[in-house]
Design a protein around this ligand. Structure first.
Ligand code: ATP
Ligand code: MG
Length: 249
């Protein structure tokens, strides 16, 4: 697979990079996705390539939202599909969510390649190809969603969403759970729940919390959701980047 010894100090980071490269080769990830990956890596480096405590709390809150939702959807783009397809399928399974392919640079080829890739990783139904709904307030191509998917969702997990679309989705009243390594990114800023962590770590962490919370009462889940402070979470992440003091989760 990849000729990097596990003992290499940058093993995880190199493995991640390799997955994105392979994604580009398979037609899953766009060239733009490579740039997004580079930006993410820089923030991950500054965070110490670990899940900081505030991100772990946010992951638990995200799990509570997904379990409370009537119609949760996990949005999948070309980077996420390349980085953690199996983990997304597992999370969808645990919380009973739909998977929907949702691309910034939408082409039919990439849509289909990602749907096939998710199926290879165990997904049965994958939404996104119908594209009969629109997110109001953004231009045509980028506004496309499935009317019965993201169009009808009450809670959406959008890992690495573009800032504009994250804002427009929020304006529809959708609860947005955003995974983004940059706490200053507009996507993180407009999220109901910003998880400042690498998707590679964050997605399985949300699944772990969801499993842990499966038997929690609705009242307990609501209490977890209501106690959350998005702004304080972003501040904590920014502090962790600035002085590297926040403890590991
Ligand atoms: P905006 O401010 O409008 O949100 P942006 O700065 O987010 O724009 P992009 O470069 O398009 O612009 O977005 C890529 C985002 O995805 C960056 O914030 C980057 O930190 C994040 N990112 C990239 N790879 C990962 C990853 N593996 N896990 C989590 N976040 C990632
Ligand atoms: Mg962003």
């Amino acid at each position: 697979d990849i000729a990097v010894p596990e003992s290499h100090p940058r093993y995880e980071s190199l493995l991640t990079r390799h997955r994105i490269e392979a994604g580009v080769e398979k037609g899953i990830t766009s060239q733009q996705g490579l740039i997004a990956q580079g930006r993410g890596e820089a923030f991950d480096y500054l965070l110490g390539e670990r899940t900081i405590e505030s991100a772990d709390v946010a992951a638990r809150v995200a799990a509570a939202h997904l379990l409370l939702a009537e119609h949760p959807v996990l949005s999948v783009n070309g980077n996420v599909a390349a980085l953690c397809p199996g983990e997304l399928v597992e999370l969808a399974d645990v919380v009973g969510a739909d998977l929907e392919v949702n691309l910034f640079n939408r082409t039919d080829e990439r849509m289909r390649a990602i749907v096939d890739h998710l199926r290879e990783h165990g997904a049965t139904d994958v939404r996104g190809l119908t594209a009969d709904g629109r997110i109001p307030g953004i231009d045509h191509e980028r506004a496309k969603v499935d009317a019965e998917g993201i169009g009808a969702a009450d809670v959406v997990l959008v890992p690495l969403e573009d800032g504009d679309r994250a804002e427009a989705l929020g304006a529809m009243g959708t609860v947005e759970l955003v995974v983004d390594l940059n706490p200053l990114s507009r996507s993180a800023q407009v999220a109901t729940v910003p998880i400042v962590d690498n998707v590679i770590r964050a997605v399985p962490n949300v699944t772990r919390h969801a499993r842990d919370l499966t038997d929690a009462s609705e009242a307990d889940l609501r209490a977890i959701v209501e106690a959350f402070d998005a702004e304080a979470t972003l501040d904590a992440a920014e502090r962790a980047i600035r002085d590297g003091t926040e403890r590991e989760a």
